[in-house]
Design a protein around this ligand. Structure first.
Ligand SMILES: [Zn+2]
Length: 146
């Protein structure tokens, strides 16, 4: 990937050999691998590993979960808050697991719509709740910066 970033810099009219840019290909490569590390993880397995039987049928809400993702059309950041609610049907999950699966799905190339439904479907599959809702508020740099 470093070679490609170097080419990209040249294509942009930059000199990839000037001091400030010498380590940029390596840094960009590391950053992109970090920002897309969600491909290596299985969010359904994360939820299933932390599912507990509980006779509780009130809505469980986890609000204001921060997320940072990259839009798949421009590979530019979009980020904001995810709010999740579900009504358990005999099974609940650890509260920390909801932000974990948000993180896994967000660390992939995404569109906001698919991110929303993937989180919803994952909870649906793992817990079979009576109902689940996911709301995402986000700012899209590909719109705001251009
Ligand atoms: Zn975009």
């Amino acid at each position: 990937m470093k070679g490609h970033v170097k080419e990209l810099l040249t294509e942009l009219g930059e000199d990839p050999n000037r001091e400030g840019l010498l380590k940029t290909p390596e840094r960009v490569s590391k950053a992109l691998h970090f920002l897309t590390k969600g491909y290596q993880e299985d969010p359904l397995a994360i939820l299933r590993a932390a599912t507990f039987r509980e006779d509780y049928q009130q809505m469980v809400i986890v609000r204001d979960i921060d997320f940072y993702s990259l839009c798949e059309h421009h590979m530019l950041p979009f980020f904001g808050k995810v709010h999740v609610g579900y009504i358990p049907n005999k099974y609940i999950t650890g509260l920390s697991k909801i932000p974990r699966i948000v993180e896994v799905f967000a660390r992939r190339l995404q569109v906001q719509e698919r991110l929303t439904t993937q989180i919803k479907d994952c909870i649906q599959q793992a817990l079979s709740p009576l109902g689940v809702i996911v709301v995402i508020e986000a700012q899209h740099m590909c719109m705001q910066m251009r």
